[in-house]
Design a protein around this ligand. Structure first.
Ligand code: SF4
Ligand code: SF4
Length: 348
């Protein structure tokens, strides 16, 4: 298809036709209102159910790439030949992914592409088409997407939608995106005047998103280097309930546990992978009862270092997208922006 840097206009009145058409060939999921200001990616068959304006969904799109529970292997206890590796996946289009979550998907893609590769993750990813949707305003006060540089589109999508009033500007980024656009006659090439409009929307947005935490993000790793013994960790550790909500809702948390369970016949069983959490007490417990991170303070500190320090050394990027979910989900009222601000202040 030649160029993959094409921009198109889709009239808002035509969004429903687009979604209906997509839903005939794919499972289409999009943010849907669940009441009380909550949104969740849910299957849709028309645009009427989609919440175009939404704060980050309760769970990020990682639930489609890495299900909370999946059977990796069904086996018999007799011969190795009796083992089967089922992989449940569907051709899925995820519509309405904010830029912070695109960043989160990119983080997971990097982790699961490392050797040894995670073929369950990668095969699901191959069957998922991602359609981004730009936020032109802050979701709420918990977001720190500007700090984490994830409030503007930076790849990781097939199509990307920006609200332009009566219509959407649509950026086609991949062959899969191209195919979706070519499959309908709803998209019209964007004129230069409309491109200028897009640039103006982005400039206005740039002026609105700023300084969520009073620090240059480049300084954060050095601040974390100095903060290992900070009293900040004890202060939030004393509040933390160890529930694991924050890791479950985090778009970049990917730790899992794997367990083999036998059926009652004792001749067959399943190997099941389930999300795990570094915040729960058993996470770092080993045979003999030793626990490498036995206190909530150490566990909470570890999680923060995984987001703002260790990932820089290993993957050269932050593993926090600034989505704010950990703050929204925390029953103990631990707020990421407050924690970062306290560390910054202390290190000044
Ligand atoms: S650490 Fe919190 S703000 Fe950062 S990506 Fe995870 S859930 Fe979002
Ligand atoms: S959600 Fe809050 S209380 Fe629960 S483990 Fe995370 S920081 Fe602790």
């Amino acid at each position: 298809m030649g160029t993959h840097t094409r921009y198109f206009i889709l009239r808002k009145d035509d969004l429903n036709s687009f979604i209906v058409k997509l839903s005939r060939s794919h499972k289409v999921v999009a943010p849907v209102s669940k009441g009380y200001g909550n949104y969740a990616f849910t299957e849709v068959t028309s645009a009427n159910d989609i919440a175009l304006k939404h704060i980050p969904t309760i769970l990020p799109p990682k639930k489609y790439f890495l299900p909370q529970r999946e059977t990796m292997l069904s086996f018999g206890t007799g011969h190795i030949e009796s083992a089967e590796a089922p992989l449940e996946h569907e051709n899925t289009v995820i519509f309405g992914v904010h830029t912070c979550d695109l960043n989160g998907i990119q983080c997971l893609n990097i982790v699961f592409s490392e050797r040894p590769r995670d073929y369950n993750y990668l095969r699901r990813k191959d069957n998922i088409t991602v359609i981004g949707l730009e936020c032109t305003e802050y979701c709420d006060e918990h977001a720190s997407c500007n700090l984490m540089n994830s409030n503007f589109p930076n790849g990781g999508y097939d199509l990307f939608f920006t609200d332009m009033g009566e219509d959407f500007m649509v950026h086609v980024n991949t062959q899969a995106g191209d195919d979706l656009v070519d499959g309908t006659n709803l998209f019209k090439p964007a004129t230069q005047a409309r491109m200028e409009e897009l640039y103006a929307i982005r400039d206005a947005k740039r002026a609105r998103f700023r300084d969520e935490v009073n620090v240059d993000r480049k300084k954060l790793p050095a601040i974390f280097d100095k903060s290992e013994n900070s009293p900040v960790w004890k202060a939030i550790g004393d509040k933390c309930l160890g529930c694991g909500n924050c890791t479950n809702v985090c778009p970049t948390c990917y730790c899992f546990d794997i367990a083999d369970t036998l059926n009652l016949d004792l001749k067959s069983g399943r190997r099941v992978r389930t999300w795990d959490s570094c915040e729960v007490e058993t996470f770092a417990k080993v045979a003999g009862g030793e626990n490498f991170r036995s206190g909530q303070t150490e566990r909470l500190r570890h999680r923060h270092y995984r987001k703002f320090r260790f990932s820089l050394g290993k993957y050269y990027r932050f593993f926090c997208t600034g989505c704010g979910r950990c703050t929204r989900a925390c029953m103990a009222g631990i707020r990421l922006k407050e924690t970062l601000s306290a560390l910054v202040k202390e290190a000044a």
